[in-house]
Structures are given as structure tokens and as C-alpha cells.
Design a protein around this ligand. Structure first.
Ligand code: NDP
Length: 330
């Protein structure tokens, strides 16, 4: 292993935080039990917030950014992992309270590692990343609700052309659901049809304030947007349906009423990927291995070098990134 390697580090600045590349050595890394050589990381919305400085994601400084990583174990003091194991890490506080994936090497706690499914290379795992794994958690949550069946009406996906949305559409379509994609970018309709969306509605249609109980349109949904969009999605969900919500790209507020819940038994299911227990993670990765078409995954993925991360962070926050961005940390 070379003596030093490059990492993207968030640190204290006078009245804010600075973000810069720094050369680190192995002795700079946290004293956790497993050393991983990272092949790829990713860009998620949360990475965009952290790196652009538009959100205070890092709660301990200095902090190596990057909430995801995939790579190979090079050293382990844990009986659970050995040199050569291929692993993926999503969340667990990486880039918040624990050093993350925008680095060539990282030391990690054994319980944070998920075995890379045979179906994926490290690059493909990062094409999925937290966004895709969260989409799988959302689909698992909808199926666990137990009252939504493929072939029984339409399922809504908001923030459709983003990372969570793109993978959610692919996974739902693969299970036979009829998917309506809500997007603010009509130019992505062909792309979204290719993933399996069969109908579209405009982002603005769901963003406008409307009544607390609207025409019932969706058997269920995956929401990455929050705010009025989520409120309208709930108000348009059929009796007994459910929306799995994971995001706040349109706002963290929830300006609605309890009426869809108490008059139509509509469920709002919250999905947190960061601290999800290992069994849920394994199940989500199994779903991805089973249902995600690798050609579709390739079609939604671009690979970019770590050197471009600051520009890319601004792009994802401004809503200009389509699908998934893999970050090559080499
Ligand atoms: P992306 O930026 O890739 O996708 C978000 C999409 O939301 C955009 O592509 C856009 O879709 C839509 N959008 C953006 N801005 C607005 C707006 N102002 N109003 C309405 N729609 C908007 O992000 P990700 O897919 O990576 O993440 C989506 C959300 O999910 C984020 O809020 C993220 O923080 C959250 N998240 C939460 C996780 C959890 O554990 N709960 C894990 C992963 C993500 P389009 O162009 O199609 O309209």
C-alpha cells in the first residue's frame, strides 16, 4: 500500500466548514477493526448537501465525506471478515459521525460491512449505492404492508429521475407493478419508460396545495420528495394503500391532515437506510440482486473521478443529476 492517499475532508473553517482534498496515511484513519481498500464510492443527495456545504451533514470534524463505499478487505482484526472479502457499506453514520468513502482506504467497524452479493461488482454496487438500496428498502416496506398487489392499479414514484426514483421504478416494474413516474423533467420520459414507467405526471401537479382527500389514484407509492408532494400523494392514495417515504428533495415539512389515514386507512411508512439493521440490508440487497436489470443499471449510471466531486455536489442539489453517479476514488 502506498504511504499516502487522497481523501476529501470536511473541516472547521471560521464560521462554517471547509471542504478540501488532503493526503492521509493509514495512521490517520480511525482505529476500527477492518481496513478496506475502496474501489468506488457514490454521489447521493446527502453527499451533495455535505460537500456543497448546503447542509450540515458532518457532525464531527475533521470528517472524510462519502456515505457509501465498496471495496476489498485488506486487513481484519474481526473473525467475521478476512483479507480479500468484497464488501459494501451504506450509511451507518459515514460522513456524519464516522469517516466515509471519499478516500482510497478506510477503517470500519465489522458490523457496518455487508457482503457484496455475487451478482454485483464493486462498481455496480456503488451504481446502486445508498439511493438504490433505499429504493429496495421502500419496495420491501410496501410489500410488507401486505395490501398492495402488482396488477391492481398504479403505484406512484416521486423524484422519479433521481437515484432513489430511478431504482424504485426498475424494482417495482420488475415485480409487475404499473408505475406512474412524477418528474419535473419531461425530457427524462424516454429514460424513465426504459426503466419501466408506464405513465407520467408533472412534478408541479403534485407540488401545488390541494384538498386533504382527492380522487383515489394510487394503490401505493415511493416518495423521495416530501412536503406538499407527499401530502398530495397520500391524499390520492386508495383505501388501504401505503406510501413509503424516504426523502426530502422538495422539503422536510409535511403540511397535510390526518384524513387519508383515518378515513381511508392509508399508511405512511417511514424508511431510514442509515441505521437499518443488517437483516433488512441483506434482504434489500437480495432484492436488488434478484430484480435489478444490470443493463438498466448501466443505463442510469455515470462514473466520475473524485476530483470532480465538488461540481457534482452542486449539480445534485440543483436537481440536474439523472440516475446514479459512481465516484472513482482511485
Ligand atoms: P436525487 O437528487 O438523485 O433525486 C431527487 C429527485 O427529486 C430529483 O432528481 C428530482 O426528480 C426531484 N426533486 C429535486 N428537487 C425537487 C423539488 N424542489 N421539488 C420536487 N422534486 C424535486 O437524490 P436521491 O435520489 O439520492 O435522494 C432522494 C431523496 O431521498 C433525498 O432527499 C435524500 O436525502 C433522500 N434519501 C433518504 C434516505 C433515507 O435513508 N431515508 C436514503 C437515500 C436518500 P425529477 O427531476 O424527476 O423531478
Amino acid at each position: 500500500m502506498s504511504d499516502t492517499f487522497r481523501a476529501l475532508v470536511i473541516d472547521k473553517a471560521e464560521d462554517s466548514q471547509s471542504v478540501a482534498f488532503r493526503d492521509l496515511s493509514q495512521s490517520d484513519l480511525p482505529d476500527h477493526d477492518v481496513l478496506v481498500e475502496i474501489a468506488y464510492s457514490t454521489l447521493n443527495y446527502k453527499d451533495g448537501l455535505a460537500v456543497s456545504g448546503k447542509g450540515r451533514i458532518a457532525r464531527r470534524l475533521p470528517m472524510v465525506a462519502g456515505i457509501d463505499l465498496a471495496g476489498t478487505v485488506v486487513e481484519s482484526r474481526s473473525p467475521d471478515w478476512k483479507e480479500g472479502d468484497k464488501v459494501v457499506v451504506n450509511g451507518w453514520g459515514l460522513s456524519e459521525t464516522e469517516w466515509g468513502g471519499y478516500s482510497r482506504f478506510q477503517r470500519l467497524k465489522p458490523e457496518w460491512l455487508t457482503r457484496l452479493p455475487d451478482a454485483f461488482t464493486p462498481m455496480q454496487a456503488m451504481a446502486i449505492g445508498t439511493a438504490g438500496y433505499t429504493a429496495a428498502l421502500c419496495v420491501d416496506a410496501l410489500e410488507d404492508w401486505g395490501r398492495i398487489q402488482p396488477g391492481e392499479g398504479e403505484v406512484l414514484v416521486t423524484g422519479a429521475a433521481g437515484g432513489v426514483g430511478s431504482v424504485a421504478i426498475s424494482l417495482l416494474a420488475a415485480r409487475g407493478y404499473k408505475v406512474t413516474a412524477a418528474t419535473g423533467r419531461p425530457e427524462t420520459h424516454d429514460y424513465l419508460s426504459g426503466l419501466g414507467a408506464s405513465a407520467f405526471i408533472g412534478r408541479e401537479e403534485l407540488a401545488a396545495k390541494a384538498g386533504p382527500l382527492q380522487k383515489e389514484r394510487w394503490t401505493g407509492g415511493v416518495d423521495a420528495v416530501g412536503s406538499t408532494t407527499l401530502v398530495n400523494a397520500l391524499a390520492q392514495t386508495m383505501r388501504g394503500g401505503a406510501i413509503a417515504c424516504c426523502g426530502l428533495a422538495g422539503g422536510a415539512d409535511l403540511p397535510g391532515t390526518v384524513l387519508p389515514h383515518i378515513l381511508r386507512s392509508v399508511a405512511l411508512i417511514g424508511v431510514d437506510s442509515v441505521m437499518a439493521p443488517q437483516d433488512q440490508r441483506n434482504r434489500a440487497w437480495e432484492r436488488l440482486a434478484r430484480d435489478l436489470d444490470l443493463n438498466k443499471l448501466e443505463a442510469i449510471t455515470q462514473v466520475e473521478p473524485l476530483s470532480k466531486i465538488q461540481d457534482l455536489a452542486n449539480e445534485i442539489i440543483d436537481g440536474h443529476v439523472r440516475g446514479r453517479v459512481v465516484i472513482d476514488v482511485a
